[in-house]
Every structure is written in C-alpha cells, then in structure tokens.
Design a protein around this ligand. Structure first.
Ligand SMILES: [Zn+2]
Length: 179
C-alpha cells in the first residue's frame, strides 16, 4: 500500500503553536534530508495559514518562498542555534505592520501578511519562557512541539504516529537481540 503524502489540508498540527507547526510542514528524521514538504504552492501556504489561525485571502509565490525561509529561521531559533534570520524576518514583519489597540495588524490585501503574522507568532513564542521550557523535539521525527502534559513527559510529536513507530522499532530490535 502506497501512503498518500500529507498535505497542508490534512497534516497533523501537533506543534501546539503556529511557529512550530510551520517548522513541522517539513517531514523527515532529525539530521537527515527532508522527505516531504507540505508547502508546495501558495495555495498550500494559504491553507496552512488558515488552519493555524493567521488566515489571509491572498498569498504570492514570493510569500511561499519567504514562508520557507521563515521556517528555516524558526528551526534554527527554536533549536537554539541562532536567531539572526528570525530577527530579520520579525523586523521586516513589524515594518510592514501597524500597531493598534489589540496588537499588531497586517492588511489582508498584502500577499506577505500570512508570513508576517507567522514571524510575529515566532517572536511571541521566543519571548515566552514558560512555553520555551516545554519545547521538545520528537524522539522519532524532525518535528518540534510544546509538551503540555502534566508531568512534562511527552516524548513524541504524536503517540499515534511517532510513538507507535518508536515502540515498533524497539520491539523489532529486542526480537533481533534475542535471536
Ligand atoms: Zn514525530
């Protein structure tokens, strides 16, 4: 059976935060080349943006490229590597935005607004030390997520998916060791 690759419309949102779900639009294992990219077209970006609460009625091809760059910047920032690229994206977002009662706003007509809103979300997460204390990397795939479990013991992005995979692999390894 050939598995259908996930799309922006059906990918799991296990990150617990829009900026982490953006990182998770790339599928694969840690330290290995990505296996699948959910963000293929600007429509994918719009679908993803809607699902994580930063919807815009329009997005350009340039916005898709910017979203992919922002994804790499978030990956670096949230894995504690460097924050330079994210800083650049966030500054660009605030230059394009307007500060109003209720917070930062980006015009719906701007095809870059979804990317700016995501950059703003990433900046908020980076400033949230409580959330950062719950930031984890999946023990099986390359995804990041916030561990909201009571005893902070969540090891996988999703128990149904990576948790089961890891268990299966351990079982096979144990059988192999016994034989
Ligand atoms: Zn995982």
């Amino acid at each position: 059976m050939v598995e259908t690759p996930p799309t922006a419309a059906n990918m799991r949102l296990d990150g617990g935060h829009p900026a982490l779900d953006l990182v998770n639009t790339l599928y694969g294992q840690v330290g290995k080349p990505p296996e699948h990219d959910v963000l293929q077209t600007r429509e994918d970006l719009m679908t993803f943006a809607t699902r994580v609460g930063v919807a815009t009625p329009t997005a350009s091809t340039a916005a898709l490229e910017a979203a992919r760059r922002l994804r790499t910047a978030c990956e670096h920032a949230f894995r504690g590597q460097d924050h330079d690229a994210l800083e650049t994206a966030v500054k660009r977002a605030y230059r394009a935005g307007h500060l109003q009662a209720g917070g930062w706003r980006w015009p719906d007509g701007d095809p870059m607004s979804a990317v700016h809103r995501l950059a703003h979300q990433a900046a908020l997460l980076l400033a949230d030390t409580e959330a950062l204390g719950r930031l984890r990397g999946c023990g099986d795939c390359c995804w990041l997520y916030l561990d909201r479990s009571k005893n902070r013991s969540r090891k996988w992005c999703s128990m149904e998916d990576c948790g089961t995979n890891a268990k299966k692999r351990r079982y096979v390894e144990k059988r192999r060791a016994l034989s």
